[in-house]
Design a protein. Structure first.
Length: 255
């Protein structure tokens, strides 16, 4: 990590295991990026190398046991591979703190034992990315594991998944020379908690992206909000305990 804009900061998250899962869920798209500490909380927004998908993380300051008072945004560069190696050691019930010193970052995991690791700081360029301006016509709130299982079904058949929003529910379909499959999340069904269909919509997305995202993010949230429109980006939003959100935007495949 590298810190830009302040000499010293410290923040503590109450659940080290959960913070590992959050970092792991971001890392499915980016290897390095920047956490920005604002007066309201921690933000991260980054594109994957192909600029096909974007991850957008927000954690309010109230989600942290300890959070610095900052007059201006503080940018901390993250190498997710290195951070994951360390946070994987966080035990259940442990907290994790990050403290920037002169040329290093101190990571302390406190549980049955206290583990402290220091890493050298690195610089990561900050890219200002706007929020995607998409008018979604289909919104579905469903069990994240149910979506994960649907993506697994599609993986067997094809490398692309067609999402279709109809009046009676959300459909995910795939077809190839290996066969075809259809998964229906029925309006009012057991795993489709909320559903809004302004008009019928169809769009196709890469299964590789969907698999990486859902297989990781479902571990931090039981519910995912799916939003899309015809031939528009897909938004997948996972709610995190403490008021945080982890959102992904995936560009459609043009058929």
């Amino acid at each position: 990590m590298a810190v830009v804009g302040v000499g010293s900061v410290k923040l503590t998250y109450p659940d080290g295991k959960e913070w590992y899962l959050i970092m792991d869920a971001v890392a499915v798209l980016v290897e390095e990026s920047t956490l920005t500490l604002t007066k309201d909380g921690v933000k991260l927004r980054a594109l994957d190398p192909s600029r096909t998908a974007m991850v957008d993380l927000y954690m309010p300051r109230t989600a942290f046991d300890e959070y610095p008072d900052v007059d201006q945004d503080v940018n901390i560069g993250i190498n997710f591979g290195e951070i994951k190696k360390i946070l994987r050691r966080a035990g259940k019930g442990s907290s994790v703190s990050f403290e920037v010193e002169e040329n290093s970052l101190k990571i302390r995991m406190t549980g049955k034992v206290t583990r402290t690791v220091k890493l050298p700081l690195i610089d990561v360029p900050v890219e200002q990315l706007p929020t995607p301006k998409v008018v979604f016509t289909v919104t579905a709130k469903l069990a994240s594991d149910a979506l994960r299982q649907a993506v697994k079904d599609v993986e067997v058949i094809a490398d692309a998944a067609k999402f279709e929003g109809k009046e009676d529910g959300l459909y995910i379909r795939a077809s190839s020379d290996r066969g075809e499959t259809e998964i229906k999340f029925e309006r009012g069904g057991e795993v489709l908690f909320e559903y809004d269909n302004k008009e019928t919509a169809t769009a196709t997305y890469s299964v590789d992206y969907l698999s990486d995202i859902v297989n990781s993010a479902f571990q931090i949230s039981d519910i995912v909000t799916v939003e899309f429109a015809t031939q528009k980006p897909l938004a997948l939003t996972f709610e995190i305990s403490g008021g945080g959100t982890l959102a992904y935007f995936v560009a459609p495949r043009i058929e």
